[in-house]
Design a protein around this ligand. Sequence first.
Ligand SMILES: NC(=O)C1=CN([C@@H]2O[C@H](COP(=O)(O)OP(=O)(O)OC[C@H]3O[C@@H](n4cnc5c(N)ncnc54)[C@H](O)[C@@H]3O)[C@@H](O)[C@H]2O)[C@@H](O)CC1
Ligand SMILES: Nc1ncnc2c1ncn2[C@@H]1O[C@H](COP(=O)(O)OP(=O)(O)O)[C@@H](O)[C@H]1O
Length: 304
Amino acid sequence: MSHKILSNYLPDNSAPAAIIVGEGLTSTAVYKLITAQDVKRLLRPRKSFSHKGTYGHALIIAGQEQTMGAALLCATGCLYGGAGLTTASIPALGLTALNTALPEVMYLSREALEDRTNLEKFNSIAIGPGLGRDEPVAGLLQAAFSRNKPVVIDADAINLLAKEPEYLGSIPEGSVLTPHMKEFDGLFGEHHTWFHRIQTAREMAKKYQIVIVLKNQYTFIIDQRSSVYINQTGNSAMAQGGMGDVLTGLVAALIAQGYTPSDAAVLACNVHGSSGDALAANRYVVTASQVAKHIPEILKALLK
Ligand SMILES: NC(=O)C1=CN([C@@H]2O[C@H](COP(=O)(O)OP(=O)(O)OC[C@H]3O[C@@H](n4cnc5c(N)ncnc54)[C@H](O)[C@@H]3O)[C@@H](O)[C@H]2O)[C@@H](O)CC1
Ligand SMILES: Nc1ncnc2c1ncn2[C@@H]1O[C@H](COP(=O)(O)OP(=O)(O)O)[C@@H](O)[C@H]1O
C-alpha cells in the first residue's frame, strides 16, 4: 500500500492524517486512487460482430426552453461515450436545435414519458441537466424511478430531491447521483469540511444503495459498500458550465453498454477528466462540447 494520505486530495486538508489511500481499485483500503491501469482493465473493446443494439439505448431527460444547451451537452456526452442509441426527452420547442446539433440523437416527447411502457426499451436513463425548477420535474423523476433500474441523477433532479426528500426512498438501487458540492450540501445538509462531506456520502450511498459522484478538482466516487474511489484526472481549464452535463451523459452511455453503475462512474470520471487534460495541454480553457467530442480518442487510446 502506498503512503499517500487522504488530506492531499481535499481542498481544505481536513482528513485525519492517519487515513491512508490505497493505490488501485483492488486495494483493500477504504480510500482507493483510480490508476490508469484500473481504467484500462475496466474498458471493454467493441466487438467485431456487433451492432447498435449491442451497445444499449440511453434516454436523456433534460432541458427546458432556457437551458436546452444542457440537454444537448448531456446527449453529446452520451453519444460520444458510445451508447448504441441515444434518445433525448426534451420539450418539443427544442426539436429544431436537437435535429440540427445532434442528428444522430432520437426524440421522445415529455408527454410520452407518462406512458411507462415507452420506457421499457431503455438500458439506462439520465435525468436532470437544465430541467429547471419550475417545470413539473417531480413527474419526470417519478417516470425515471418507475422501472426500478439504475438512473443517473444530476443537477435539477438533485435539487428536486433536496426539496422533496421523500423521493430519496424511491431511488432505484444502483442509481448514480452526480452532485457538485453545493448540490450535495443542498441534499444532505451543510458541511463545513470535505472529510465530513465524504463521511456523509459513504453513509448515504450505503443507506440508499446508490453510487455518489461527488464532483470537485479530485472527484470522489462512493459506492454502495462505502468504498471511496478518488479520480485524479481533470483540471481547472474544465471549470466551465456544461462540463457536468457531459459527464452525466457519459455515465448513462456506459451503463447502457452494460457496465455496472460503479464501474461506469469510475470510468466516466476518469475518461472525462483525461479528455479535458489532453485538450488543456495547449489551451487555456476547454469547453464542455470539446471535452465530449474528444472522448472517443481517449477511449481508443486506453485500448492500446
Ligand atoms: N447551456 C445550458 O443551458 C447550461 C445549463 N446548465 C444547467 O443550468 C441549471 C442551473 O445551473 P447553475 O449553474 O445556475 O446552477 P449550479 O447549481 O450548477 O450552480 C449554482 C452556483 O453554485 C456554485 N457552484 C457550482 N459548482 C460548485 C462547486 N463545485 N463548488 C462550489 N460551488 C459551486 C456556483 O458558484 C454557482 O453559481 C442546471 O440545470 C444546469 O444543468 C449548466 O449545466 C450550464 C450549461
Ligand atoms: N478545477 C477542476 N479540476 C478538475 N475537474 C474540474 C475542475 N473544475 C471542474 N471540473 C470537472 O468539471 C465537472 C463540473 O461539473 P458541474 O459542477 O456539475 O458543472 P456544470 O453544472 O456547470 O455542468 C466535474 O466533472 C468536475 O470534476
